[in-house]
Design a protein around this ligand. Structure first.
Ligand code: F6P
Length: 377
């Protein structure tokens, strides 16, 4: 719904994990907004900067030379304004943010982030703040957009890493297990796994059986190929773990009393804790089951670092500049989504809380199976 008050000054923040393309997006929004005679203010460290009133002018000079730079010149954090952790508990500080925006004369705020940021933005929009978001994440799991900036760069980095692991795998006749980011969505692992020619790809959407994986690896041995590359997402679950998680989640949604809810929450947190180290456990199990030496490589933050790819620079600039146009038209609260060649506003309540996982009938899954890749099921 177009809003009538003219937009003369906006704030921009980046929230959640950093990724390549954030600065390109800040530049895209900022430069296009300035050309529309809108003043642009940078907010430091995500929503925390809005709470603590830490801002600086994002003028032409501040926006120069950042297109190719990784990370975010604004800084970031994972703070949730409706549940700010304070000494002895949590506080809803959304009214503080509204008051600070009024004090600074910000007519609207652009929030650049992943699925958590979309939720935080919607909660602020519900309080009356005029908000537009942009989708960023290396996980590619923001709903209602074809893709998010950060993903293409991470896909390239992860693919190159898998390429480089092949030499050691075949020279030493080893299983090399490589862990990629992605707690709830397997886009990065599946994409890089296929592009890098991994023999086994394990993603959160498909619970795996260690025995099936060992069988697939032994079958390769039977054909004289005594090495394998296993690409595993950090959130991939064995069938046993997937069942335990599902039961704990069911228990939480069925819980009627605060005590029962707390017990279910503790159980889920325990499961999360014991699941950490999953990749090492898988490697140990595979070594025992196949008799092959098994080594682990965890790519971690390497996947989020460095300069954005050309594709991410383009996407961030395209969505960022479209965002400036929507700001001036007064279209709130929306996320600027990539839909084919177009940038399209999608109402924020259709995005927030709706994670985009890999559909089981996705062509990438069919292609992986068609070339004989084991997906653990
Ligand atoms: O959201 C992107 C992401 O890179 C996830 O894949 C990963 O699980 C998470 O961020 C970890 O980020 P941090 O350690 O910064 O919280």
């Amino acid at each position: 719904m177009p809003s009538m008050t003219p937009i003369t000054r906006i704030g921009i923040l980046t929230a959640g994990g950093d990724c390549p393309g954030l600065n390109a997006a800040i530049r895209g929004v900022g430069k296009a907004a300035i050309r529309r005679h809108i003043e642009v203010i940078g907010i430091r460290d995500g929503f925390l900067g809005l709470i603590e009133n830490r801002t600086f002018p994002l003028d032409k000079q501040a926006l120069a030379g950042i297109l190719t730079v990784g990370g975010t010149i604004l800084g970031t954090s994972r703070v949730k304004p409706h549940r700010l952790e304070v000494k002895g508990g949590v506080r809803d500080v959304r009214d503080v943010i509204l008051a600070n925006c009024a004090k600074r004369g910000l007519n609207a705020v652009v929030c650049i982030g992943g699925d958590g940021t979309q939720k935080n933005a919607l909660r602020l929009a519900e309080k009356g703040l005029r908000i537009i978001t942009l989708p960023k994440t290396i996980d590619n799991d923001v709903a209602m957009t074809d893709t998010s900036f950060g993903f293409d760069t991470a896909l390239g980095i992860a693919t190159e890493a898998i390429d480089r692991l092949h030499s050691t795998a075949h020279s030493h006749h080893r299983i090399l297990v490589v862990e990629l980011m992605g707690h709830r969505a397997g886009w990065l692992t599946l994409g890089a796994g296929i592009a890098g020619g991994a023999d086994v790809i394990l993603i959160p959407e498909i619970p795996y059986s260690v025995k099936h994986i060992a069988t697939a690896i032994r079958r390769r041995g039977g054909k004289g190929v005594n090495f394998s590359i296993v690409a595993i997402a950090e959130g991939a679950l064995s069938i046993e773990y997937a069942t335990r998680f599902r039961e704990a989640k069911d228990q939480k949604s069925r819980a009627r009393s605060p005590d029962a809810r707390e017990q279910a929450r503790v159980e889920l947190a325990d499961l999360d804790r014991t699941h950490a180290g999953n990749t090492m456990r898988l490697a140990n199990d595979l070594e025992k089951l196949t008799g092959l030496e098994c080594r682990v490589t965890i790519l971690g933050y390497v996947q989020r670092g460095g300069a954005p790819s050309a594709v991410d620079r383009l996407l961030a600039t395209r969505l960022g500049t479209a965002c400036a146009e929507l700001l001036q038209e007064g279209v709130f609260p929306v996320m600027v989504a990539a839909r084919g060649e177009r940038a399209q506003p999608v109402p924020l309540d259709q995005v927030a809380g709706k994670r985009k996982q890999v559909p089981l009938d996705h062509p990438w899954i069919a292609a992986a199976r068609a070339v004989g890749t084991c997906l653990g099921d």
